[in-house]
Design a protein around this ligand. Structure first.
Ligand code: ZN
Length: 183
C-alpha cells in the first residue's frame, strides 16, 4: 500500500457503525451518512454493537452515551481494548466537560454535542478518520519506504526512498554506487 497524504477520508472510512437506541435519530443519521457515500450499520445497544464489530470491523464508529444495558463509556472502553485503531466519535446530548474528558481517557477520538449541523458532523468524521489513519499507518509506511541494498564489498545500506537513483560513495571501500530505484 502506498501512503498518499492526499487520500480522502472517505477512502479510509467507508463503513460506519452507528450505535444509538433512538430509532428516529439513528435513521436520520444513517440517511445523512448514506447520502454522503458511507455505508452504515445500525446497532441499538452495546450487545448489537459488539457483535457487529466482531462480524466485520467498521472503519469508523459513532456512538451515543446513554444506551440501554452497557453505556457508551463501557462500549468505548471495550472497543478500544479490542482494536485501538478504530476511530470512535461520541455524538451525545451530554454537554459536560467531565463526560468528554472521560471518553478521551477511554480512547475516544472525538466528541460532538447534539444537535449538530450536518456539515460539522461530516467534517469531523473526515478529520478524525484521516488523523487516526495517519497515526496508525505513518510509522509503518516510513519504514516500508526505506530501500535496502548492499555494496559489492558487502556493506549494507538502508536509505530513504527519496534517494532512489542517486549516486553515493561507499564509506568502507570508496566505490561509487547507485541507490536502486526498486528493491
Ligand atoms: Zn563498499
Amino acid at each position: 500500500m502506498i501512503f498518499d497524504p492526499n487520500i480522502s477520508a472517505n477512502a479510509v472510512a467507508h463503513h460506519i457503525l452507528v450505535v444509538d437506541d433512538d430509532p428516529a435519530s439513528a435513521d436520520s443519521l444513517k440517511a445523512l451518512l448514506e447520502t454522503n457515500g458511507f455505508r452504515v450499520q445500525l446497532a441499538k445497544d452495546g450487545g448489537q454493537a459488539h457483535s457487529a464489530f466482531r462480524m466485520r470491523r467498521p472503519d469508523f464508529v459513532i456512538t451515543d452515551l446513554i444506551l440501554p444495558g452497557e453505556n457508551g463509556y463501557e462500549l468505548i472502553d471495550r472497543m478500544k481494548r479490542s482494536d485501538e485503531t478504530v476511530p470512535v466519535l461520541v455524538l451525545t446530548a451530554i454537554a459536560l466537560d467531565e463526560s468528554k474528558a472521560l471518553t478521551e481517557r477511554l480512547g475516544a477520538d472525538g466528541y460532538i454535542t447534539k444537535p449538530v449541523a450536518a456539515n460539522v458532523l461530516l467534517e469531523e468524521i473526515q478529520t478524525i478518520a484521516q488523523r487516526v489513519w495517519e497515526r496508525t499507518h505513518l510509522d509503518q509506511q516510513k519504514e516500508e519506504k526505506r530501500i535496502r541494498f548492499n555494496c559489492r564489498c558487502g556493506k549494507k545500506f538502508k536509505v530513504s526512498h527519496v534517494h532512489r537513483g542517486r549516486t553515493l560513495t561507499c564509506p568502507d571501500c570508496g566505490e561509487p554506487l547507485i541507490v536502486p530505484r526498486y528493491e
